[in-house]
Design a protein around this ligand. Structure first.
Ligand code: ZN
Length: 100
């Protein structure tokens, strides 16, 4: 379960909360009732600094992009050359295509 860090915009106190990813973010400072903003801790790989309050959309877009990239990287670009496509469909030549 990830740890979320919040900072109060009023008293500047920081709070940590263990929450599931689907849990609603905290919005209220338990100490003074001020507005909390969620900080992204070091565990998430990047730190968001700024005055923005909700960064959920930004984050989820980054996450989606990264995931897409991963999937593309994982997917083979050509039919496996080691198996030999034998038809030239792999676009390879010589050793990488058995039809050559
Ligand atoms: Zn506060």
């Amino acid at each position: 379960m990830p740890t979320y860090e919040y900072e109060c915009g009023k008293c500047r106190r920081r709070h940590e909360a263990f929450q599931s990813i689907t849990a609603k973010p905290l919005t209220k400072c338990p100490a003074c009732g001020g507005r909390l903003k969620r900080l992204l801790g070091s565990g998430s790989g990047f730190l968001f600094k700024g005055s923005g309050f909700y960064i959920t959309d930004y984050r989820s877009k980054r996450y989606t992009d990264a995931k897409k990239k991963d999937e593309q990287a994982a997917a083979p670009k050509k039919p496996s050359a080691s198996g030999g496509c034998k038809s030239g469909a792999c676009g390879g030549s010589g050793d990488s295509c058995a039809s050559a």
